[in-house]
Structure formats: structure tokens, C-alpha cells
Design a protein. Structure first.
Length: 161
């Protein structure tokens, strides 16, 4: 009987470890403030992922629009995320985001591989990713909060939400 109790204990331990590991969400890496962004933070949300650079004039004028969209993001189950095109990291990323007036979260790790995004050849470029993690649109050029909100509504309607 001890042999079966030992196996049952091993099985229970294995199940608990599996549950624990499943609960640990993969990371998107740190944001511009060094705070880790987990998949749990973003799972089930629509994402607006914007690539920007300091030298990009349209990016500079687009940032306030993205900040405005970010202000309403919690109410519409959305996360606005930025990615620095020049792959700045650490203090350089924080400084660039501050200089640009970015108030939304900027990923230090490019999510292109995760979402199979093409490398942008022009800036700005914005991707809309649905709540299931599927890229639904790629928008090239300067965007407005109103335009993005309207496009999100169209895509959500297409998805039956």
C-alpha cells in the first residue's frame, strides 16, 4: 500500500507543479520604467502596438493621440504599447520616452517575433492585435485616437464582440 501512496504523492506533486507553471505567464519584458509586463497583464485584451523613434516627426505628433487612447484603454479592454524602433534599452529608453512625452507603456523587448510582425520600413507603424493574440491590422502613418477607436470598433464587430 505504501508503494501506491508514494506514486499518488508523486502524481499530486506533478499536477501541482504543472498548475503552478501554467499560472506563470510568459513575460513581454520590462517597460521603459523597468517594470515587468507579463502575459497575464495583457491576456484577453486587444493591443495597439505602435513603433516610434525620436527622429520621426509624424511619431512625435502621433504620441499625444496614443496617450489619449491609452487614457480610455481600461474602459475598452485595450492596452496601448509602444516599441522604440531603434531598440533603445534601460535609461536610454526611459529618457527617449520622457522626451517624446509618452505616457503609455513602452516595451523594451520587441514583440515582433511573438506576433510575427514584419519589420517596419517606414514609421510610424501601428499594429492592432485582438484578444486572442492575432494581428488584425497594420496601419502605416500617423494615427489619431478617434481613428484607432473607430478601427477597433470595426474589428471587434467583425470578431463578433
Amino acid at each position: 500500500m505504501n508503494r501506491y501512496a508514494g506514486r499518488a504523492g508523486q502524481l499530486l506533486f506533478g499536477v501541482l507543479i504543472s498548475v503552478f507553471l501554467t499560472a506563470c505567464s510568459p513575460s513581454y519584458g520590462p517597460d521603459q520604467h523597468g517594470k515587468e509586463i507579463t502575459a497575464r497583464d495583457l491576456d484577453g485584451k486587444w493591443l495597439v502596438i505602435n513603433y516610434w523613434a525620436q527622429w520621426c516627426a509624424p511619431c512625435r505628433s502621433e504620441i499625444p493621440e496614443l496617450n489619449a487612447l491609452d487614457q480610455q484603454s481600461a474602459a475598452i479592454n485595450l492596452a496601448v504599447l509602444g516599441v522604440n524602433f531603434d531598440a533603445l534599452q534601460g535609461d536610454a529608453l526611459k529618457k527617449a520616452a520622457e522626451e517624446m512625452g509618452v505616457s503609455f507603456r513602452v516595451l523594451a523587448v520587441d514583440p515582433a517575433e511573438r506576433f510575427k510582425l514584419d519589420r517596419a520600413e517606414v514609421l510610424p507603424v501601428t499594429y492592432i492585435v485582438d484578444a486572442e493574440g492575432q494581428v488584425r491590422d497594420r496601419l502605416v502613418g500617423e494615427q489619431t485616437a478617434a481613428g484607432l477607436t473607430a478601427r477597433l470598433a470595426e474589428l471587434r464587430a467583425e470578431a463578433g464582440e
